[in-house]
Unconditional design. Sequence first.
Length: 552
Amino acid sequence: MTVVGLVLLIACANVANLLLARSTTRQKEITARLALGASRLRLIRQLLTESALLAIIGGALGLIFAYWSARLLLGYLPGHETLSLSLDLDARILGFTMTVSLATGILFGLAPALRATRLDLTSALKEQAGGARIGQSRLPLNKILVVSQVALSLFLLIGAGLFVRSLQKLRGMDMGFDRENVVLFSVDLGTGYDATRRTNLYRRLLERLETLPGTRSASLSSYGLLSDNNWSDKVIAQGYTSRPDEDLTCSGQIIGPRFFETMGIPLLLGRDFSSQDDQPGESDADLSNVRSGARQANHSPNLQSMRRFAIINQAMARDFFSNENPIGKSFSIIGRTDRPIEIVGVVKDVKYRTLRERTPRTFYLPFFQQPSNSDTTFEFRTFTQPAGLAETIRRAALELDPKLQIIGMRMMNDVVDRTLIQERFVAQLAGFFSLFALLLAAIGLYGVMSYTVTQRTTEIGIRMALGAQRTDITAMILRKAATLLAAGLVLGVGLSLAAASAAGALLFGLKPRDPATLAGAALLLAFVTVVASLVPSMRAANVNPIDSLRTE
């Protein structure tokens, strides 16, 4: 709504500027009406009626455009399973649009109407009798409106630039894993599978997947990366003395063989899980609670008396073991087990729940050490783009059991993009509105410079008659545009710096006062200003001094 409101202000300033120019060209008509006895109130009412009519027509066209484009816009909205939006135009939307259109038409048509009718009738008639142009183009209102458009356009450009660069940094960041050529899916087992049959089926399915053409590796996990499900618990590490009220929470992942290879997560120290690590201990406790989607520490599994091995990430190794080698050391899950979990490896930090989060301390446990009833995600990496692989995977699953159904198949790239849907939505909309505002500012600047050239035709003719070159005239017009641009840049940068803190929470990897973004937006606006001013300045340079003086 803030961005839309700013674009509306720019559009209104644009129209107001054009109405000011138009009212100046109609001053001969207005002078005649006043001389014939028309009241100033009558003329103001007429001019306001014209501007209100323009606004209402514009609002009606906007409603038609909104109706056509609403479905397209809905495709860019952040999706959610429970999200339901009605795009029907009802009385509230119609009333709001017409009210805003009418109010802006009257508000921004009032200044041109008051200015056009504020005349000294005697002086105006004398000037017309003498053939002089009646114009007030040198008054500051036109310039103020143009400067305001430039400032607001720069403000929107800077905001859009920040959102786009933030999205680029999120996309280009090191996530800790390789998302290319990875397929994710789950299986629907239906009924009739106990824990042992389920585990055996998972093993056979992994073996079958690894024999498919183009397969690089395959694995499975109970949660997966960047998923909605997660598990965390408080831990106590061997030799570590915690501070009072220190947060000892770590995230947990339960993974199958070759998980790190499949997801492209580098192993930094120690070893990966082996087949011996998958063997259950003598007094294994049930892990079904965690694998059923437990999210809080008090819903985590009871690991009492279970001999277990774990691999931890860099963050957990750094926080609990400092500069020491953690291989061979152990940790325990507080309140869940008295038996330590031995650390056999350290892997690189990866993003667990979202890309924006600080990488949490994470430990990984072997999947097949304990049967579970939870939903399981299979990870499948190929050497090339896995086009048309869905049907191959379904056939492989049906060969093992005709009742198996492959569900939720997606690419890891799509999972990553789904976590960025809000950032992409904001960046795209901000970019669209900022470019639209830039176009409006360019049109307004072009109109003002063209009007200036028209009003100063006699002056330009005299200058050229006295020896001024075309380059001098062009430079004079461009200097005027540069002055307006400079004032708008100063005001726009000031607005951006003042509002920087409001955008900070939406950014990632850069500051709201990013110099590169400020400079890029200013250069783009300067280029558009030069282009918008070039045609009027060239027209001014082609003025024939004899014709302009003869006309005067």
